[in-house]
Write a protein that binds this ligand. Structure first.
Ligand code: HEC
Length: 189
């Protein structure tokens, strides 16, 4: 049986020992390898740069922000490529175009949701997701009601502030989320 005693010869006897002793154990005063130090300092540097880039200066975008930005560009592109003049069938076609519906959803959220509700459930204005339409449920009637407003009941006009393209997009959005809105030929007079 070999017994380890403090007197036994250290294997590297010409290397310096550090001064402190714990329970009779001493450490060599070895340098850490450079590759280890580089990784260590490198990761500290990386975390500082990362923090500044994403959190302090907010130059970098998080995946959610990137996605929102792409969606916005997508919607803006659809609007730019859209047309002012439409008919009922065209509005239904637009209601199946994802980017147009997204453009409409955005315009709805910023201009209409205050009165008609975030989920179109109604409020000051009527609910827009049900089958009850007081002022007309044909796509072109809805479009006209948004463009010119319904002054008698307090629905403001949007022709000036939003323009026809955005109103087309909003109408397409409404058609896409309300299954009770159907093409003209399916409406019984
Ligand atoms: C200031 C509040 C207000 C805002 C903002 C507003 N509306 Fe209205 N809207 C009303 C009111 C009030 C009515 C009439 C409700 C009624 O007839 O009882 C109405 C009616 C409507 C109707 C007719 C509903 C039906 O039953 O025939 C549509 C469509 C409509 N609004 C769409 C929109 C859209 C789209 C926007 C956004 C561009 C918008 N409204 C913004 C208040 C508002």
């Amino acid at each position: 049986m070999s017994k380890h005693t403090p007197e036994s010869e250290p294997p590297h006897d010409n290397e310096p020992l550090r001064e402190h002793v714990f329970d009779g154990i001493q450490e060599y005063d070895n340098k850490l390898p450079n590759w280890w130090l580089m990784t260590f300092y490198g990761s500290i540097l990386f975390s500082i740069v990362y923090w500044l880039f994403y959190h302090t200066w907010e130059v970098g975008l998080s995946p959610e922000e990137k996605f929102a930005q792409q969606q916005q560009a997508f919607a803006a592109q659809a609007l730019a490529a859209g047309e002012d003049e439409v008919d009922g069938d065209r509005l239904f076609e637009l209601s199946r175009e994802e980017s147009m519906v997204e453009a409409g959803r955005r315009a709805y959220t910023s201009s209409c949701a205050a009165c008609h509700g975030q989920e179109l459930e109604g409020g000051i204005g009527s609910a827009l997701k049900d089958a009850e339409w007081t002022h007309g449920s044909r796509p072109m009637e809805i479009r006209e009601n948004i463009l010119d407003g319904i002054p008698a009941v307090g629905m403001p006009p949007w022709r000036q502030s939003l323009g026809e393209r955005q109103v087309n997009a909003i109408t397409a959005f409404l058609l896409s989320v309300n299954p009770d809105l159907v093409p003209d030929e399916e409406i019984e007079d």
